[in-house]
Design a protein around this ligand. Structure first.
Ligand code: SAM
Length: 240
């Protein structure tokens, strides 16, 4: 699949949102973490500044910070307009208005943009796309995927999801995906068949409630572990 900047709608969540979307504990944050499809979120930049070990992979990282910044400017109002149109699909409690949503997302994306070129130079931002990732087997303790898998269930097939989840399980001991809703705030059509297919191959799956909820009904993540999963990987041990 070729990927051009004009197809990208860059939109990034904050570190605090990642912590609550994935119920990340202090022990989780000591592991080596992969953020798959992190786009312009500030998770990597903040966790790295706190001494965490994190790599983000996203097809948009083949572009420069300036290219991504330009694309954010072009699409920012369009995304907010969509949020205004579909206001009923969201819970306006922690984020009280579309304007506040814009400010929070923009602040997260600014942190990403400041960090991007340096982070890319040291290998914290890597260009790549599911369903094939440029990493070794079990290189990571946890792989996170926020607002990519399941969210685009109409556009991305069950087969794509299955291959992508298996690939994430290949590179990480544990995979967490949030939310399990598709666009329109409906439970993803792929969840049930995928859980059944993964169970057949002896993967362990668990759907867990989390404290985060912005899309109505979007307060569950799915955790997946490989059949051959053993002890968790600690930061620093992965590339030894
Ligand atoms: C809606 S954004 C979510 C960004 C971030 N995870 C967050 O929650 O704020 C979806 C991201 O998925 C990325 N993406 C698109 N196709 C992908 C693929 N095949 N593999 C991995 N990421 C992909 C996009 O570039 C974009 O950054």
């Amino acid at each position: 699949m070729s990927y051009t900047l004009s197809e990208v709608v860059p939109w990034g969540r904050s570190y605090d949102e990642y912590i609550s979307m994935f119920s990340l504990s202090p022990a989780d944050l000591k592991q080596r973490i992969l953020g798959c499809g992190d786009g312009p979120s500030s998770f990597n930049s903040i966790l790295s500044s706190k001494g965490g070990s994190v790599v983000s992979v996203d097809p948009s990282y083949s572009f420069t910070a300036e290219g991504i910044r330009k694309r954010i400017k072009e699409t920012y109002e369009v995304v907010l307009e969509q949020a205004r149109k579909n206001k009923d699909e969201f819970i306006w409690k922690n984020i009280s208005s579309v304007e506040e949503l814009g400010r929070i997302r923009m602040a997260a994306m600014e942190l990403f943009l400041k960090d991007f070129e340096n982070g890319k130079a040291v290998g914290r931002y890597i260009s790549g796309s599911l369903p094939q990732l440029p990493f070794h087997d079990k290189e990571f303790g946890i792989a996170l995927c926020s607002h990519f898998l399941f969210l685009y269930s109409e556009q991305l097939s069950e087969g794509f999801h299955f291959s992508s989840i298996r690939e994430l399980c290949r590179v990480a001991h544990e995979v967490r995906i949030f939310p399990i809703l598709e666009l329109g705030a409906k439970k993803s059509r792929h969840v049930k068949p995928l859980v059944a297919a993964l169970k057949k191959e002896h993967y362990r799956t668990e759907i867990k409630k989390v404290l985060y909820q912005f899309q109505k009904g979007g307060n569950e993540m799915i955790i997946i572990k490989s059949p051959n999963n053993c002890a968790h990987h600690r930061a620093g041990s992965a590339t030894a």
